[in-house]
Design a protein. Structure first.
Length: 140
């Protein structure tokens, strides 16, 4: 799927840490190194001070930091520039902006995944469909 979307696999590094502490450490090192354009982290227990460290590391290394986590019932707001809530829908993924630096929220929209994963979607039924963006590289 990554190749189909234009990613060059030789430029992607997947780190499999043993625990959450190693995941945070390796993410911070990659972000502040200046060698990565972007880092994706799947982490369930991210705390405010950890999010601030990752944000500072991303600014230092001029990298994009994306943290994926499941919504938690007592979820508090992290100090991030952008927070999105993703949900499945027949056409692909429904995206709701829950936090955006600078203020106002936009209306929810759908990312049409029919081209990338036709077997997992139905025909679009909504007029607010946004085509899947093409991403060519994660690292420089």
């Amino acid at each position: 799927m990554l190749v189909k979307m234009g990613f060059e696999l030789s430029r992607i590094l997947i780190i499999e840490p043993k625990n959450a502490k190693e995941a945070l450490w390796s993410t911070e090192q990659c972000l502040k190194s200046g060698c990565c354009e972007g880092v994706f982290l799947w982490h369930q227990g991210l705390e405010v001070h950890q999010a601030k460290r990752l944000q500072f590391a991303a600014e230092t290394g001029e990298a994009l930091s994306v943290v994926m986590r499941q919504q938690q019932p007592t979820s508090f707001s992290l100090p991030v520039a952008l927070a999105l809530e993703l949900a499945p829908c027949p056409e692909g993924i429904k995206v709701t902006v829950t936090k955006r630096k600078g203020g106002s929220h936009s209306q929810p929209f759908t990312v049409n995944m029919a081209q990338a994963w036709p077997s997992l979607t139905q025909q679009p039924k909504s007029s607010n469909i946004v085509p899947l963006p093409r991403i060519h590289s994660l690292t420089g």
